[in-house]
Design a protein around this ligand. Sequence first.
Ligand code: DC
Length: 209
Amino acid sequence: MIIALDGPAASGKGTLGKRLAAHFGLRYLDTGLLYRAVAKALLDAGDPLDDGARAVAAARRLDPARFDERGLKDHAVGEAASIVSAIPEVRNALLAFQRAFAAAPPGAVLDGRDIGTVIAPDAGVKIFVVAEPRVRARRRAAELKAAGQPADDAAILADILRRDDRDRTRAVAPLKAADDAIELDTSKLDIEAAVAAAIGIVERAARRR
Ligand code: DC
């Protein structure tokens, strides 16, 4: 079984993805980490984020087995990832790895922006996770504060809105719900309620197949 989890920044996909994978005995891939790793390679080297050739070279050099997640989760790296992810050749360079991960038994949960539309259009279950921007900003600020990083709620809200707009309006593989995706709005749900709702969606989809 392949579960595609798409949605905007800080909508709760990561938490849901890990919990769904554990519940159903599947592997889990946070595809945002791939774009974050490309962005971080450029930032570390002092290269401009719109340098397509260097971004593609960084994407081809990636070794997802050796990610250091902590550096990749920084707020600024997410912003930079949104910029490099709009480069079509970067997306192409990361396509085969994601498809192979999804196809390997026993199946997987992948979270991202284009899983249900591009990476795994035949996924058995597609969930499009949304939450109101203010709720997402509050959650992201709480995460950053918990990690000991400074967080200004208003600045984070502005970043999230800008990132959503960039991810939704790019020409290639924009953030959008697949036609057959089920929307899950987590604005009013705590983690346990959101996980229970997602498990319900997967179970109903599995019964229909
Ligand atoms: O999910 P995230 O915040 O870690 O993603 C960081 C950026 O990477 C996001 O703003 C857009 C890009 N991304 C993408 O274009 N496609 C994906 N499947 C995952 C992430």
